[in-house]
Design a protein. Structure first.
Length: 143
């Protein structure tokens, strides 16, 4: 599946803002899709970068990346339910890793609930390895 990844900073395009609620419709990180929109907008306004995956002209996944310097932190990764199980998250994070390396990052870190079914396997497929505390993963971006 050809998935394009867009890098977005403040201010976000209104079409993307409108689709964030649809992307985060069932995210375990937020009480509601509207809460997700609010958190993402606040994060981007504070300097986080939003990466959004696009397929057939629609945003189907999103993730935030925080930080500057050598280490960046990936958070709030979610793929729209209709497009799960097709490698969208893996493809998207591969592109995020490449783009963050171009921006000077050497490491991408993330924290996920490692007890949720499929999460450790998904992170390993994305090139992350367990690092430190339970649920903390790290991926090297440059050799």
């Amino acid at each position: 599946m050809p998935v394009l990844v867009e890098r977005a900073t403040a201010p976000l395009d209104q079409a993307l803002v409108d689709e964030l609620a649809r992307i985060y419709t069932d995210s375990p990180d937020f009480a509601s899709p509207q809460a997700a929109q609010s958190v993402v907008l606040d994060a981007v306004a504070s300097g986080d970068v939003l990466y959004a995956a696009v397929f057939n002209g629609r945003h189907i996944a999103a993730v935030l990346v925080r930080g500057q310097g050598a280490t960046r932190h990936l958070r709030y990764l979610n793929v729209h339910p209709a497009t799960r199980g097709r490698g969208v998250a893996v493809r998207m994070v591969e592109e995020v890793r490449r783009l963050e390396a171009e921006q000077g990052a050497e490491w991408l870190e993330t924290d996920f609930d490692a007890t949720r079914e499929g999460i450790p396997e998904m992170l390993l497929a994305m090139g992350f390895i367990p690092h430190g505390s339970s649920g903390h993963y790290r991926a090297r971006l440059v050799d």
